[in-house]
Design a protein around this ligand. Sequence first.
Ligand SMILES: Nc1ncnc2c1ncn2[C@@H]1O[C@H](COP(=O)(O)OP(=O)(O)O)[C@@H](O)[C@H]1O
Ligand SMILES: [Mg+2]
Length: 438
Amino acid sequence: MDIDTPADLNWKEYMVDRLDAGVILVDRELRVLFWNHFMVMHTGRGAEQVVGKNLLEQFPELPQRWLKRKVEGVFVLKNQAFSSWEQRPYLFKLAHNRPMTGGVDAMYQDLSFMPVLDMGGQVMAVCVSLKDVTDAAIYAMQLKEARATLEKEKTEQQSLIKKLEQAQSQLLQSEKMAAIGQLAAGVAHEINNPVGFIKSNVTSMKKYAHDMVKLLDTYIDSEPQLQPDSKQLEQIKQIKDEIDFEYLVEDIDSLIEETIEGVDRVSKIVKDLKDFSHVDQGEWDYEDLHHCLDSTLNVAWNELKYKAEIVKDYGDLPQVYCMGSQINQVFLNMLVNAAHAIANRGTISITTRHQGHHVGISITDNGKGMDEEQQRRVFEPFFTTKPVGKGTGLGMSLSYGIIEKHHGKINLQSAPGEGTTFTIVLPVEGPARQEDKD
Ligand SMILES: Nc1ncnc2c1ncn2[C@@H]1O[C@H](COP(=O)(O)OP(=O)(O)O)[C@@H](O)[C@H]1O
Ligand SMILES: [Mg+2]
């Protein structure tokens, strides 16, 4: 074979010398026996400088213990050993040929440690080969990074989709509520009429019954003037017994009283329904906020009655210029939240005060309270700590928007385990008057 090799190398050695990979031969004491051209090029140390010397003395920056262990392992086990760039990026810190690529500060290397056997089958040296895998490593790392980004985007998308679904169901829900509100207002209006005439009729009947009893009393007074043993007297006595006259006279009054009370209750419910319904949504007017609170309490009563005792501390409030139905919505959200915060049974206090141009309405519960993170996020749309189906996380953000539209404020005081107070501050004259002042 006619290969042009330097005189002191045979052609096999020459090939190993020229391989595009580092090849080093070391003995058990890590003395260098061979040092190929790749190593010369990349370390800048010629074979004549390194061969015959201890590798660790020549390159003190190498991972000494690890390298010793690795070589000793091959001597003992007589087996080849490997180390990939993922386990240890590099053995020698060599410059890589991709200076433009960021994120990599040296040539990444795959290493293998091969036993070199003597005639007797004993390990006499270890051949360390070192492959430049910088390109593959960069590619693998970029891939990993891209996959992580994709994964992150995917979770973000999923949570976005979930939020959208919630928003849609909330929209549906509020459409439904608006429809129910309208229906309730319609029914309330229909019931209002008959309840009106029932009440007026029963009131007249009460008067008539009184008059008739008065007339009967007069007849009874004249009974002694009837012939004893007469047929008439006999008949009167029989009817009186039959109808239990004494009891009837006594009971008729309370029956009519109870009926009037019942009718009053029906008309109060009808009135609350009308007050509460969304039909007059957006109407600005002077409202009696105590009346708003009371009608909201009635509407929410089912939700509240098992959870809390309601303690009212109403101050002297002027009429406040506001959108009554929307303010009702805020009260309702806060009262229901307060009830939800109470595990078994507690107290919800409602305090109202008037100061200068403002009124304040505080709703306090002694429920589970909120930590700092919850307090920071409570007005955030979709923030909820309640299970799916129970909370949408829109109540407080809606309330915040409503109060803001009134140029008011909502203050919050809460501590975990101690309870929560929401205070709504509203300008008495509404936003209009404030704008005049601005
Ligand atoms: N009175 C309160 N006590 C404790 N936590 C409350 C109270 N009011 C509101 N929160 C917290 O604020 C969150 C958001 O409330 P909200 O916007 O009404 O949505 P939702 O009631 O649907 O969860 C609730 O899930 C709860 O964690
Ligand atoms: Mg709520």
